[in-house]
Design a protein around this ligand. Structure first.
Ligand SMILES: Nc1ncnc2c1ncn2[C@@H]1O[C@H](COP(=O)(O)OP(=O)(O)OP(=O)(O)O)[C@@H](O)[C@H]1O
Ligand SMILES: [Mg+2]
Length: 369
């Protein structure tokens, strides 16, 4: 393993090392993730000096084969892409959509309305990433940034059990960071380097990535500040994923846009910021009890759709959901016959999460960047 300590860089002595670590920069990777402008800002050092240090860090990592050179041949990129890890979703349908699974070194945005399964998807991946490589995982840990207090260890336990994994071990490898406001959410990510390394984190979840920014910066006047801060957050997330070779998932809720008359009247509330930074964008949509996942934007996947479902095991294949429904329908019809009610027995389930979609005027405007 390459020496990643700050003082392994030529010309970085104890004084600079201390200055950097006081500012939360603990290793060579952190230097790359934060970049020269930010380093100068948080340490108070000259921008030129910060640039020199970051360049040295980059050179160091290139020599160690940890990141790509500035100029590379396409065949080298191809070879490098072979080292990209994939995390199975635990379903055939979504694995087909993702061509094998969620990729490392990339930011995947999942957007859709409330209750469409974004959080269930994030929980499922938090379990699947821990599977050995031979079974579609990356034998890695998870950093779960929870901004809406919707992380549920109980869900992790049932998903792990459904995949015949030891729930206690699975829970141990998920580090949950509860973010209380958008500044805190960003801080968590800024300080994540050490945690990622120590725990061999291969998946970072930001659920939701935009919710806090949206609730804190209300109204037209604050829109540009909000977009700027959100931009910083998602870029940081994308850079961490690339530098540490882990997968990053950002969830984003959509709301109705009454100004859209054709096509789907929903769009992500993060505006274009998250969309432009993400490598992959997936849209989840409710369709009765089933869910539809569409690959909206990808550099190399066709735009296609698959049907999936939600269950005890997290995201599941629709066939598996049908098996279960058949069982419950059968039970229900027996009960109904006993009570000698009308023999057209049919189970009807009401989605408890059904409610109206709220609309904010500033979200209806196209967002300028
Ligand atoms: N144990 C379970 N078994 C089956 N389905 C479940 C279970 N737990 C949750 N669900 C399903 O997941 C849905 C909620 O999904 P989820 O919380 O992932 O939505 P979301 O997209 O994150 O919504 P929001 O935007 O509000 O955060 C519920 O409506 C329910 O259908
Ligand atoms: Mg959610």
């Amino acid at each position: 393993m390459e020496d990643l300590r700050l003082d392994s860089l030529e010309g970085v002595g104890p004084v600079t090392t201390r200055k950097l670590s006081d500012a939360g920069i603990h290793n060579v990777m952190d230097l790359i993730v934060r970049g020269p402008v930010e380093i100068a800002e948080i340490t108070g050092m000259e921008k030129d000096t910060a640039e020199k240090i970051v360049n040295k860090a980059r050179q160091h990592l290139v020599e160690g084969g940890l990141i790509a050179k500035d100029f590379v041949s396409a065949s080298e990129i191809y070879k490098h892409r072979q080292s990209i890890g994939k995390i199975t979703t635990g379903t055939n349908c979504l694995d087909t959509l993702f061509d094998g699974g969620i990729e490392t070194q990339a930011l995947t945005e999942v957007y859709g309305e409330f209750g469409c399964g974004k959080t269930q998807f994030a929980h499922t991946l938090s379990v699947m990433v821990q599977k050995p490589k031979t079974e579609g995982g990356l034998d890695g840990g998870v950093l779960y940034i929870d901004t809406e207090n919707t992380f549920r260890p109980e869900r992790i336990v049932s998903i792990a059990q459904a995949h015949e994994m030891d729930p206690e071990k699975v829970l141990d490898r998920i580090i949950v960071a509860r973010a209380y406001n958008s500044a805190h959410q960003t801080l968590i990510l800024e300080e994540a380097g050490q945690i990622i390394e120590e725990n061999n984190v291969k998946l970072i979840v930001a659920d939701s990535a935009v919710g806090l920014f949206r609730s804190e910066y209300l109204g037209r006047g604050t829109l540009s500040v909000r977009q700027q801060k959100l931009n910083h957050f998602v870029h940081l997330l994308a850079r961490i994923a690339e530098t540490y070779n882990c997968a990053a998932i950002a969830t984003n809720q959509v709301m109705a846009s009454p100004d859209v008359f054709f096509g789907d009247p929903t769009r992500p509330i993060g505006g274009n910021v998250v969309a432009h930074t993400s490598t992959y964008r997936i849209y989840f949509k409710k369709s009765g009890k089933k869910r539809i996942a569409r690959m909206v934007d990808s550099p190399h996947h066709p735009e296609e759709e698959v049907i999936f479902a939600l269950g005890e095991a997290g995201v599941i294949d629709p066939e598996d959901a049908e098996k279960k429904t058949k069982k419950t329908t059968k039970k229900a019809s027996i009960k109904k016959t006993k009570e000698s009610v009308d023999d057209t027995a049919e189970t009807l389930e009401v989605d408890a999460t059904e409610s109206t979609i709220d609309i904010e005027s500033d979200d209806l405007e196209p967002i300028e960047e």
